[in-house]
Ligand binder design. Structure first.
Ligand code: PLP
Length: 425
C-alpha cells in the first residue's frame, strides 16, 4: 500500500470504462470528479478510520462515507452480526425477529419515538414523513428551510432537472433560524399547513454551518401546535452522531416525527421513521413498502451499531476526536496566517477560508490534504467516527498541516487584511 495519493491507474481505467456504460460515468453526489480531477472515484477497502482506493492509496477518512460510517469501517462486532445473519438468509418471505428488536431499541433510545418503521434510504424516510404528516392532518403544505438537503425525490432534489413545478406545489420555504421568514411562510401556507421539516442544525453545501437557535426551534414547535401541524426532524445526517437518541433531545424541543438513516447501521442500507403515539394511526394507514425494506442484515447491523454506541459511549469518543481535530486545525491555520471559519458541531465540522468565494483555496487545501493521506470534501461537511483515536487525528493533522502550508504559499500575496472582507454567509 502506498501512503498517499500518488497513483491513480486503476481508478482512471475504471472511470474510462464507466464513462462508456454509465450515464455521465457516475451520478449524484458520488460524481466525485466534479470536486476535482485529483479525487479517486473508486475504493477497494475500509478499515476503522482508514479507506483505501483501488490504486492502493490509503487515507484517513474524514467523510465517513458521507455519514453512514459511525463506528468505523468494518467494525468487527457489526461485521460478525451481519455474517451470522447472511448464513441464515437476508431477504426472506418477511422480516425476521430483528425487525421487532430494532423497533424496540429505537423506541427505547429515542424519547420522541413511540413506534418505528423501516425503509432503505434517507429519502424513503423523509418522503414517508411527508406522506404521514399529510395523512394525519388531511392538509397539504410542508414547510422546509431554503437550501437544506432532504433527499433526491422530486419534492426535494437540489437539481430540479426532469421534475415538475407541481412536484413542489405544496412546499413552502423559509430561512433557517429566522422567525420572521418562518412566519411569512406560515402565512402563505394559511390553514393548509400539514407540517414543518427541519434538520437539527443548518448544513448547506459550501456554507458555514449554523447551530439551531433554541428560540427558533421553540417558535416552530409552538406554531405547529397552534395549527395542528406536525414538526418533523430530518435526523438522517445527524442522528446517532450528534447525540444518542434524537438530536434535539438535549434542546428539550419535542418532535412528532423523525427521519433516520445514514449512521444507524454503520454503513448497511437502512432508514427509519419514528413517531409519537398521536401519529401512529396515520403511519399505519399510508402504504409504505419496498422490495428490500425487510431484509434482515441491515437490521442486525443497526442493532449491533446502536448497542456498540451505547456500550462504548461512542458519542463522547467522536466529540473527543472532533475537538482534537478542530483545535489542531485552528492552530495550524493561525500558524500559517490563514483566516478560516471552522463551524458546526465538532462531530460534523466544516471549514471555509475567509474571502474564498470561488472555493479556490478550499479546493487547493482539499487536494493537498488528499495527496497527504487525508480524505475530506471541500464543500460538504465532514464526519467523525468512533474509530478516530488520538493517533488517527494526529495522522490527519499531519496532512492538513502540509495542506495549510500549500495554501499559504499559493495565496501569500493576497493575504492582506483587506482580502478578508468577503465571507461565506
Ligand atoms: C443524506 C440525507 C438525506 C437523504 O438520504 P439518502 O439516504 O441519501 O436518501 C436526507 N436528509 C438529510 C439531512 C441528509 O443528509
Amino acid at each position: 500500500m502506498t501512503s498517499a495519493a500518488t497513483m491513480s491507474i486503476a481508478s482512471e481505467s475504471l472511470a474510462r470504462r464507466a464513462a462508456r456504460v454509465v450515464p455521465g460515468g457516475m451520478y449524484g453526489h458520488q460524481a466525485i470528479r466534479q470536486i476535482s480531477p485529483a479525487y479517486p472515484q473508486f475504493f477497494a477497502a475500509g478499515n476503522g478510520a482508514l479507506i483505501t482506493d483501488v490504486d492502493g492509496n490509503e487515507y484517513v477518512d474524514l467523510m465517513c462515507s458521507w455519514g453512514p460510517i459511525v463506528l468505523g469501517h468494518c467494525d468487527p462486532v457489526v461485521s460478525q452480526a451481519v455474517r451470522a445473519q447472511m448464513e441464515l438468509g437476508d431477504c426472506l418471505a418477511g422480516p425476521g425477529g430483528a425487525f421487532v428488536e430494532l423497533a424496540e431499541a429505537l423506541v427505547e433510545a429515542v424519547d420522541d419515538a413511540d413506534w418505528a418503521l423501516f425503509g432503505k434510504n434517507g429519502t424513503d424516510a423523509t418522503t414517508a414523513c411527508l406522506t404521514i404528516a399529510r395523512a394525519h392532518t388531511s392538509k397539504s403544505v410542508i414547510l422546509v428551510a431554503q437550501g437544506v438537503y432532504h433527499g433526491a425525490a422530486p419534492w426535494c432534489t437540489p437539481n430540479p432537472t426532469g421534475t415538475l413545478p407541481s412536484d413542489r406545489a405544496a412546499m413552502g420555504y423559509f430561512d433557517y433560524n429566522d422567525p420572521a421568514s418562518f412566519d411569512r411562510a406560515l402565512e402563505m401556507a394559511g390553514p393548509d399547513l400539514a407540517g414543518v421539516m427541519l434538520t437539527p442544525f443548518l448544513h448547506i453545501e459550501g456554507r458555514n454551518q449554523e447551530l439551531v437557535d433554541i428560540d427558533f426551534a421553540r417558535h416552530v414547535r409552538q406554531a405547529c401546535d397552534d395549527r395542528g401541524a406536525l414538526l418533523i426532524l430530518d435526523d438522517v445526517r445527524c442522528g446517532f452522531r450528534l447525540a444518542f437518541g434524537g438530536s434535539w433531545e438535549p434542546l428539550g424541543v419535542r418532535v412528532d416525527l423523525s427521519a433516520w438513516s445514514k449512521a444507524i447501521a454503520n454503513g448497511y442500507p437502512l432508514a427509519a421513521v419514528t413517531g409519537r403515539d398521536a401519529v401512529r394511526e396515520a403511519a399505519s394507514a399510508v402504504f409504505l413498502t419496498g422490495s428490500f425494506w425487510m431484509n434482515s442484515t441491515p437490521m442486525v447491523a443497526a442493532l449491533a451499531t446502536i448497542r456498540r454506541l451505547a456500550e462504548t459511549d461512542g458519542i463522547s469518543l467522536m466529540r473527543r476526536a472532533g475537538a482534537r481535530l478542530r483545535a489542531g486545525m485552528l492552530a495550524q491555520a493561525a500558524e500559517n496566517g490563514l483566516a478560516i471559519r471552522y463551524t458546526g458541531p465538532d462531530v460534523m465540522p466544516y471549514m471555509t477560508f475567509d474571502g474564498d468565494t470561488d472555493y479556490e483555496r478550499m479546493t487547493l487545501f482539499a487536494e493537498a490534504a488528499l495527496r497527504n493521506g487525508v480524505y475530506l470534501h471541500p464543500r460538504h461537511n465532514w464526519f467523525m467516527s468512533c474509530a478516530m483515536d488520538d493517533e488517527v487525528i494526529d495522522r490527519a493533522l499531519k496532512g492538513t498541516d502540509v495542506a495549510f502550508g500549500e495554501v499559504r504559499k499559493r495565496f501569500a500575496a493576497s493575504l492582506l487584511p483587506s482580502d478578508r472582507s468577503e465571507e461565506h454567509p
